[in-house]
Design a protein around this ligand. Structure first.
Ligand code: ADP
Length: 668
């Protein structure tokens, strides 16, 4: 493994550790009462005091000998050298020379230096996923301070909150955003672009939420990139099947009319490239959620998803130039970021924030607990910081972007009515912070909720951790699933809920993903988690066989049944009818080496949440907008119906984050 890959793996491993702990998260003491609306009216928090905002408390008793001092320590790639300048009472400057990994180690150093300086403290946590760089910078600064004769013990024990504060904090701004994942940070960019000053409250000590550890596939009809793909006969049948359906909803009928027109133009043109359009995406999203999604919201999602790609690209986001079909995505319209997982998205948001830090402030380790309501309008947020209460008043609006509740076992059991068996012992792909806090806050101000019972599981969890790491699939077309008996059991191109339910019926709810050399042309080809197939095999997390029989022996399935499963699949690739009705094919599984990786069901996404309108206003239980309050991302409900299509989450959080930011800033 080269150094860059080693660093990325380290980062991913760090992120996964965060995800791992999710299974043991203690649910919050306040849990919402659910879709069944509480009869009481808003339990709004009282007005904050009228004292002037944003006071930074004094730095405490620590005294320094003014001057500039040097220190050095080992980072991940080599030495980290610092020059620390001290006044009598504060660390006024830290200059750093380092060669850490771009986008990971250097970012960790930046944020740690900012915390050391703002708090005049050495009590700063390592950044998850960049442990060596974090340790290196802390040691280098400690060395410099030691040579200055500073009281290191006192500095290591000094707790400082946001901006170096040591007590309660009050701040004012235009827009407050609760949650620094994809929805919150795209909202921050958008609110700022529309003229607002912004404060983001994030309860964890890093930004990114579930977004940074997601597969990060982003759906959008994209004629340019999709032009490289060929339309198959089975895909034509899928379009024709949708055109033959009957719909009741007036808006959905208009989508079907548009699709009919587009399909005619396409067939008249005799094109052979893959057909797609926002209407096709809308209809598949609606059907994929069993017609339970709100057509108004689906319309906004699918109309804006491609323009939002362009918006992100203009800010530096890089996507690969090919399109793929993501697990449960049903169509080849998923865009893959250049960087692994969701790191490219988060990097883009962070770069924007860094460039505009005069107007966008991020408060980490700051957990929002209550919305402030005055005269029926939301005017601020009360949070708990490291050293006390943080009250932020917002002159324009508050956006809830706290993500889902997949890591909150108590909440998911409460809302999981009938769709799934008991979810207590099912692991999750989520980070530990996905505990549904936004639901609890919104409930206290009488917000409405939609579809809380719709919880998404994937059939793709690591058997040990539930995470997506170690997943060897490279898109839907070129892999099959077999059970412990070596037999296929489902259409592997189906909806996520369909595949997971089928998996739950197999022995031990356990399956193997099977791919061949087409997916991994070389041993150092990486999966979506930056893990090479050779490394996965060496770690015993994937298995390799030069023949199908050898692979069957290694994974302990009946060789005859296994070989027959692959042969039957290959016949379907050649045009025979697939026994499970699969429609998404590309190449046969016929080129050694063959690989297998084990997978189990895992909780992934919560489709239900706060009811919003197409402008991202939060609606109350009577369907009326709550003034000053917006929501975006996984915390909202109503877009995806019973089942979210793979690749629609990153689109949703960016599209609706952008809209929420724009509207909260008062642009509309
Ligand atoms: P989305 O995809 O909707 O953006 P994410 O899970 O990526 O969701 O991000 C949600 C973010 O909100 C996470 O970083 C999470 O830690 C943060 N968060 C959750 N609850 C709170 C809270 N009470 N206060 C501040 N931040 C929160």
């Amino acid at each position: 493994m080269n150094l860059k890959k080693r660093m990325m793996s380290l980062m991913v491993a760090g992120l996964m550790t965060a995800g791992l702990a999710a299974c043991t998260t203690t649910p919050p003491t306040t849990t919402p009462a659910g879709t069944a609306a509480p009869t009481t009216t808003a339990v709004a928090t009282t007005t904050p005091s009228t004292t002037p905002p944003a006071t930074t408390a004094p730095t405490g008793e620590i005294k320094f000998k003014p001057g500039t001092y040097k220190g050095e320590a080992e980072g991940f790639h080599g030495p980290i050298k610092v020059e620390v300048t001290l006044s009598e009472t504060a660390i006024t400057d830290i200059k750093v020379e380092q060669t850490e990994t771009e986008g990971v180690g250097d970012k960790a150093i930046e944020s740690i230096v900012a915390l050391i300086k703002s708090g005049t403290t050495l009590k700063v946590d390592a950044v998850s996923g960049a442990t060596y760089s974090s340790k290196g910078i802390l040691e280098a600064v400690t060395a410099a301070l030691t040579s200055a004769g500073a009281d290191i013990e006192a500095l290591k024990n000094k707790t400082a909150g946001p901006g170096g504060t040591t007590g309660d904090v009050e701040k004012t701004t235009d827009v407050v955003i609760i949650g620094g994942g994809g929805a919150g940070l795209s909202a921050a960019m958008s609110a700022h672009e529309n003229g607002a000053k912004v404060i983001v409250l994030e309860k964890m000590s890093r930004l990114g939420g579930n977004t940074i550890i997601s597969g990060a596939a982003y759906n959008a009809a994209d004629p340019k990139r999709q032009a490289a793909l060929t339309m198959t006969d089975l895909e034509k049948k899928t379009v024709e099947g949708i055109l033959e359906m009957t719909f009741d909803d007036a808006k959905v009928k208009t989508w079907q009319e548009t699709l009919k027109q587009e399909w005619k133009e396409y067939t008249d043109s005799k094109k052979t490239t893959l057909f797609d359009s926002p209407s096709m995406h809308k209809l598949q999203t609606y059907l994929g959620g069993d017609k339970k999604g709100n057509p108004e919201l689906i319309d906004v999602l699918c109309e804006n998803t491609y323009p939002t790609i362009e918006w992100l690209e203009a800010k530096g986001m890089l996507f690969k130039d090919y399109i793929f079909t993501v697990l449960g995505g049903l169509w080849s319209r998923a865009h893959k970021p250049e960087k692994p997982l969701g790191t490219g998205f988060v990097q883009t948001y962070e770069d924007y924030i860094e460039k505009n830090k005069a107007d966008i402030e991020v408060l980490l380790d700051t957990k929002a607990e209550d919305l402030v309501m005055e005269g029926g309008k939301i005017v601020g947020v009360i949070a708990q910081g490291k050293t006390g209460k943080v009250t932020v008043r917002a002159s324009k609006g508050v956006i809830i972007a706290t993500g889902g509740f997949g890591a909150n076992v108590e909440m998911r059991n409460k809302y999981n009515t009938s769709l799934w068996p008991d979810l207590t012992n099912i692991k999750t792909t989520n980070h530990t912070g996905a505990t549904g806090d936004g639901i609890a806050m919104a409930e206290k101000v009488n917000a409405g909720f939609t579809g809380m019972e719709y919880i998404q599981l994937l059939p793709m969890g690591d058997p040990e951790t539930g995470s997506l790491s170690g997943n060897i699939e490279q898109g839907v077309q070129n892999r099959i699933f077999v059970n412990k008996e070596g037999k296929r059991f489902v259409d592997e191109g189906a909806r996520r809920d369909v595949m997971t339910k089928a998996l739950m019926e197999q022995t031990d709810s356990y399956m193997w993903v099977i791919v061949d050399k087409n997916s991994y042309p070389t041993g150092d080809t990486i999966n979506n988690f930056n893990e090479s197939i050779d490394d996965l095999v060496a770690a015993g997390r994937a298995f390799k066989g030069e023949t199908l029989e050898e692979l069957a022996g290694k994974i302990g399935v009946d060789p005859a049944a296994f070989v027959k499963s692959v042969e039957d699949f290959n016949k379907a690739v050649d045009g025979a009818k697939d026994e499970f009705g699969r429609t998404l094919f590309d190449k046969k599984l016929d080129t050694a080496p063959f690989y297998a990786g084990a997978r189990v069901p895992t909780v992934h996404h919560t489709m239900g949440g706060i009811t919003i309108d197409a402008q991202a206003h939060v609606l109350d239980q009577d369907g009326k907008a709550i003034p000053g309050l917006y929501a975006a991302g996984e915390v909202t409900g109503g877009i995806h119906g019973t089942n979210r299509l793979g690749g629609n989450a990153l689109a949703d959080i960016n599209v609706f984050g952008r809209i929420a930011g724009q509207n909260a800033a008062g642009a509309k």
